[in-house]
Design a binder for this molecule. Structure first.
Ligand code: DQA
Length: 148
């Protein structure tokens, strides 16, 4: 059976393209998602995407991943630095995930240096722009191909 990956985008990432382009780039969320989808077409992988500005919706969506997805790619956005409840949901479903940030959170304001997700992630990619998502996906595909 095909492996399934869900990409979870946190608050304000729906504004990519117009939102602080010097920090986050000019690419829209839709075009990032399309690039990821294209990478999956050449592999036997099903990929879905979900973005919300609401913490509760992200928690609910994460809970629904149980027995449905094999791997998560998560950009928790501003919730990276605040959300114990989203972290708890990710722990509850016990799915492997990669944390992605477009910007380098460690070269920004001190409050962005702490993440509630990094210590429970397979790995974290920060500062590589949209390429971070592509690298995370390519890792996830290889990871899943080793797990039959
Ligand atoms: C972000 C970094 C966060 O600090 C910020 O709140 C975001 C986006 C990133 O992708 O660089 O919304 O996760």
């Amino acid at each position: 059976m095909s492996k399934k990956i869900l990409v979870l985008h946190g608050p304000n990432l729906n504004m990519l393209g117009t939102r602080e382009p010097t920090v986050y780039g000019n690419t829209t969320l839709d075009s990032i998602n399309k690039e990821l989808l294209n990478l999956c077409l050449t592999n036997d992988i099903i990929i879905d995407f979900y973005q919300s500005n609401a913490e509760a919706e992200l928690v609910t969506k994460t809970q629904q991943c149980l027995n449905k997805y094999d791997f998560l790619i998560i950009n928790p956005a501003g919730l990276t630095h605040t959300s114990i409840v989203w972290r708890d949901a990710v722990l509850a479903v016990a799915l492997p995930f990669i944390e992605v940030h477009l910007s380098n959170i460690y070269s920004r304001e001190p409050f962005r240096h702490h993440s509630y997700f990094s210590d429970i992630a397979v790995g974290t990619i920060s500062g590589l722009g949209k390429n971070g998502y592509k690298l995370a996906l390519s890792y996830a595909i290889e990871y899943l191909s080793n797990k039959e």
